[in-house]
Design a protein around this ligand. Structure first.
Ligand SMILES: Nc1ncnc2c1ncn2[C@@H]1O[C@H](COP(=O)(O)OP(=O)(O)OP(=O)(O)O)[C@@H](O)[C@H]1O
Ligand SMILES: [Mg+2]
Length: 244
């Protein structure tokens, strides 16, 4: 594992319909750190995660995963190091049962059946969805789907997690459990979120996006207390920092 898990240099992206979303985005993420990516709706968070995951191809600029340049030739290899939790969990789950979905990653990686079951079982336990294992994913509630999505990632060897709004639509207890779990992981974590209290709780740093650029980056406490900064990008300080 390299010291820097994700390095993004001068990344720009325009959707095929001509909508320019990212311009000249550069940053790096040290291995093992947890960084929140925050910003108003439509500022480009999901697009950035998709570019890092190799699901979209940059128009300009480069992405390095573990210091290896992501390009068309090695995208499949590098994707094994990455786990992307989609903003809409329906995009993640496609098998007949939850267990099959969670087993998909390790099976695809060529593990033996015993190891596949062990990994799936452990991932479902950690994310609190073992009781859902025989249910069809499409029948689950939004929050249940989200936790199964996380389990599908934890069952793999991915060392870098790109999490797109992992606490969205979770009830308070599931949200708390998910936050605790995400905080305990040793993976490098880039977490796009509107849950600023979560960012404050478990993220080493916060990166603020505004209209397709990185407007600020720093320790979570500092950035999330900076009301003028947050207001200028259409966000608000989390209540826990504002209330006495
Ligand atoms: N396939 C697409 N074609 C054209 N424009 C798109 C496409 N997908 C997204 N966009 C636009 O790109 C911009 C950034 O979208 P993106 O989903 O990356 O934002 P986001 O920061 O993740 O927002 P949210 O907080 O609502 O999830 C938006 O203006 C969106 O309308
Ligand atoms: Mg998004």
């Amino acid at each position: 594992m390299a010291d820097i898990s994700i390095r993004v240099e001068g990344l720009s992206y325009t959707y095929p319909d001509g909508w320019k979303v990212l311009s000249d985005v550069s940053f790096e993420l040290r291995t093992g750190t947890s960084v929140a990516l925050v910003g108003a709706n439509g500022c480009g968070k999901t697009t950035l995660l998709w570019l890092i995951a190799g699901l979209l191809e940059a128009e300009q600029g480069t992405v390095y995963i573990d210091e290896i340049l992501l390009d068309r030739k090695n995208v499949r290899t590098l994707q094994k190091k990455l786990g992307l939790a989609f903003q809409h969990p329906d995009d993640q789950l496609f098998m007949t049962t939850v267990r099959q979905d969670v087993e998909f990653g390790p099976r695809n990686a060529g593990y033996e059946e015993d190891e596949i079951s062990r990994r799936a079982e452990e991932a479902m336990k950690r994310t609190g969805c073992l009781h859902l294992s025989d249910r069809p994913p499409y029948r689950l509630s939004g929050g249940e789907k989200r936790m199964v999505s996380l389990a599908t990632l934890l069952a793999t060897d991915a060392e870098i997690l790109l999490l797109d709004e992992p606490t969205n639509a979770l009830d308070p207890r599931s949200r708390r459990n998910t936050i605790n779990l995400l905080g305990e992981l040793e993976h490098t974590r880039l977490i796009a979120t509107h849950d600023l209290d979560m960012a404050l709780d478990i993220c080493d740093e916060v990166m603020v996006m505004h209209r397709g650029s990185i407007a600020a980056r720093g320790p979570a406490q500092l950035i999330l207390k900076d009301r003028p900064l947050l207001e200028s990008v259409g966000l608000e300080s989390p209540l826990s920092l504002v209330l006495p």
